[in-house]
Design a protein around this ligand. Structure first.
Ligand code: BEZ
Length: 255
């Protein structure tokens, strides 16, 4: 999905973290795809939102850096076009009316390159509409990871795979590359995790594994246990965990 080195298992993604696509539906309203429009879904995962956009009458193509995700997307939605490509450097022959992205841009740590690639994929007047983690996203979880790794002499920031900009930072980058920002919002979205008591450990394993690379399996298990202990009072309600997500959502037009 990203080019960050994060490895994805597509079947696991579909069965366990389908909430990522479900929560992305709101941003399709901002995209407002019209019948016949050509839309590119950047970081399409296993294709659910590309399929939803296509079902509204648009022609939607998906790209993702994970071959596993793209294979799964192709087998789920054989009528749609999906390709493996890095969001930083992709180049496509055709021009699109809009580029859409949900929960993918925070894995792309060179946003200038991503925005350049998006600009080259759009026709003049084309839209870039996306949602991803914004400034402060998973702040409590990051703090716990930093504390646990710090005690092991590891600087978590050096391993940070995520990019969570402020409105000011991301607007500036878009404007620098010829986009007009029509709307941008930063908002909290506390997100209930699946798997009850085990939800946070599963989230850490799935999304934050690169922070813990180099540790043995036993050391990882202990590190996850410590993170969960630090977070429990704030993020576990006795039944399920809530991740402290914060989203940046925007719509911009290429001038
Ligand atoms: C997010 O969707 O905000 C997110 C997902 C995985 C890791 C970090 C953030």
């Amino acid at each position: 999905m990203n080019g960050s080195g994060q490895q994805w298992n597509a079947s696991f993604y579909d069965s366990k973290i389908g909430f990522v696509s479900r929560l992305g539906r709101g941003v399709i309203d901002w995209l407002a795809p019209a019948a016949g429009e050509r839309i590119l879904d950047l970081g399409c995962g296993t294709g659910d939102l590309a399929h939803e956009i296509a079902s509204l009458g648009a022609e939607c193509k998906g790209i993702d850096s994970s071959r596993d995700m793209i294979e799964q997307a192709r087998s789920k939605y054989p009528m749609l076009s999906f390709d493996t490509a890095d969001g930083h450097t992709f180049r496509l022959q055709e021009k699109f009316d809009a580029v859409f992205s949900n929960a993918a841009l925070h894995w792309m740590k060179r946003p200038e390159q991503v925005i350049e690639s998006v600009g080259l994929a759009l026709r003049q007047g084309g839209r870039f509409v996306a949602e991803f983690g914004g400034s402060g996203n998973v702040g409590r979880i990051r703090h716990a990871i930093a504390e646990v790794l710090g005690a092991l002499g590891i600087d978590a920031e050096e391993r940070n795979p995520w990019y969570f900009p402020t409105i000011g930072e991301y607007s500036f980058l878009l404007e620098q590359q010829g986009f007009e920002v029509r709307s941008m919002e930063l908002f909290d979205r506390p997100t209930e995790l699946p798997d009850g008591e085990l939800g946070m450990e599963h989230w850490l394993r799935t999304f934050a594994g690169m922070f813990f690379s180099g540790l043995t399996e036993d050391e990882k298990q202990e590190a996850y246990r410590q993170c969960c202990a630090l977070l429990r009072a704030e993020l576990f309600n006795g039944q399920y965990w809530t991740a402290d997500y914060r989203r940046l959502r925007f719509a911009a037009v290429l001038k």
